[in-house]
Design a protein around this ligand. Sequence first.
Ligand code: DGY
Length: 431
Amino acid sequence: MSGRDDVVAQAEEVLRANDRGGYTVPTAGLYPFQWNWDSCLTALGQSHFDEERAWREVETLFAHQWEDGMVPHIVFHEPSDGYFPGPEVWGTGRPTPTSGITQPPVAGFVVRRLFERARDRGLAEAKARALLGKVDAWHAWFYRHRDPRGEGLVALLHPWESGRDNSVDWDEPLARVPTEGVEPYTRRDTQHADPAHRPTKEQYDRYLWLLQRFRSLGWDATRLHDASPFQVVDPGFNAVLIRSCADLADLAEALGETGVAEANRARASAGLAALEGLWSEAHGQYLCRDRVSGELVVSSSVGGLLPVFAAVPRERAARIARTIERWGERVTYLVPSHDPDDPRYEPQRYWRGPVWLVVNYMIADGLARAGEREVAERVVSSSLALVARSGFAEYYDPVTAAPCGGRRFSWTAAMALELLAAQRGGALTPA
Ligand code: DGY
């Protein structure tokens, strides 16, 4: 793609082609349903050419929120045998089948951003008002069921919840998950994407073991946390939740909903205080805590840089910027999803090294807000250079720019639209 107009036209074309009506698939083939954080971030891209459609993307997701407040990570709107594990494996018994776990809660951040930039103010106010209580209920669900001892930070019970499925972060805690008793299965992902870009069979066995365990407990959120051998407090996931709580609080204030504002403000400040316990001076970033062993996990992944997306102290943001610069000496394109100096780094294997534009977008936003403009600019220009060279790939090799995983990816197209619109408006990241 040569020029800005080309990128915009082609990004819109990808989003329209992946549109299935009220929801957008991440990409045809590999991911044929609605995914939670994909959808919300995709809505940001849609808002540049169709605001009503953008609101509908988020509304459709929340129409499948569970009664207890959880918003599932996949909604299986239409049958498709091209994906594993499908609805029959999850067995959640929902009217429209869904998975039984959740995903990074970007909705609070996204709804506020859609509201603030909306040209159609009447539509935005009606839509934001209708979504406010639903997003708040999801946030409440996290603290009720994933922070049962009130530590201020929530745990993931499955690597798929992180969105960073096969990150090095999970290697140790996942090793505790057995593989015996996993029902026979056939993977579909490796038929759509290069197996060398995807998680391993051993990881899949453990993913499936956890799924079966939770299914055997009837997907009862009051039982899953303590019954799971995998309980990991991920700084990146928590930072997304903290940012969404803070943004939802601002939105609630703008709408005169003071109760929602106060509850979310309190969650954000407790989370920010607790996040300090995950800081590693030696690594220049945050680390995960394995809640079962109580230990920090020594793994320098992009999840430990993502807290810059929340309002962490300035000195932490500055140190994260220096860590990104150090990683940048080893790669051509920022931000690799794992420290390139770590022997476990793999530049083309999913979340063990490749660059992901959605993560870049959140990191650039946070760095810019913290005054780290130069590094933020490098992250944005890397992102746009990758798109120009290799199209809207699911993720990219940080040295060669090779497109990896699926192609014609919705959220990559959406992020390109976001970053180009911001640049056009003279900003680094969108307001
Ligand atoms: C997959 O199937 O790869 C997804 O990441 C799980 O949500």
